[in-house]
Design a protein around this ligand. Structure first.
Ligand SMILES: [Zn+2]
Length: 213
């Protein structure tokens, strides 16, 4: 086995040997194995790799739902404006209190650990059956807008890291499935025909948009 020095690689990439050693947790930066894969500081992953992929089982399950070309034009992000909640609880509320015959107004719900596991993505019947949403004031918009609701009140707190990873993964997946680009990804307040704060003042919109392809 030949020995390679990370100092040589550092020079080639114009970065410091110490930064390579710390990023790759190298005990001895002067000894590298042939074929060892190193991360180079400042290097960005290829753009085709989603930052946060969906769990494989969920992706397999979502892949089974046929999506007609042109069916959807927007992906709209909401918060529940409550500290806790679940897809089941919201379904009950929308079905029996708001009298929506298709129940849960959103296509997806992402839990925050209170009422539903943190970061868990619940797939609603409106997605499975490709039904219109019930999450916007305008029925014309509901016909073409996928609704994702994060459990939490983001006027008070921020989403959990697990929620943001799941939201990024789900939105990226849906953009690919529906051929919607980043301009079609909207916060509720950016699309609603009546003023709303949804998804809350503390929702990290800019950081979220940066995770999208
Ligand atoms: Zn909303």
């Amino acid at each position: 086995m030949r020995e390679t020095r990370s100092a040589t690689i550092a020079r080639d990439f114009n970065v410091s040997p110490a930064s390579i050693a710390s990023l790759n947790k190298l005990s001895d930066p002067n000894k590298l194995r042939i074929g060892q894969i190193l991360e180079i500081p400042g290097a960005t992953p290829p753009p085709t790799t989603p930052q946060h992929p969906l769990p494989a089982a969920l992706k397999t399950s979502l892949d089974k739902t046929p999506v007609r070309a042109g069916r959807w034009k927007y992906i709209v992000i909401h918060h529940s404006a409550t500290d806790r909640g679940s897809a089941q609880g919201m379904d009950h509320y929308h079905r029996y209190k708001r009298h929506m015959e298709n129940g849960l107004a959103y296509h997806f719900v992402i839990g925050n650990g209170k009422g539903m596991p943190d970061g868990q993505i619940a797939v609603g019947q409106r997605w499975r059956s490709q039904l219109n949403g019930g999450h916007l004031r305008s029925e014309a918009q509901n016909r073409v807008a996928i609704g994702i609701c994060l459990v939490g009140n983001y006027n008070e707190t921020t989403p959990t890291p697990a929620q943001m990873r799941s939201l990024s993964a789900l939105t990226t997946y849906l953009m690919q499935r529906t051929r919607i680009n980043a301009t079609g990804v909207r916060l509720h307040r950016q699309i609603n025909t009546r003023p709303t704060e949804c998804p809350g003042k503390k929702f990290p919109a800019k950081a979220f948009m940066q995770t999208l392809p």
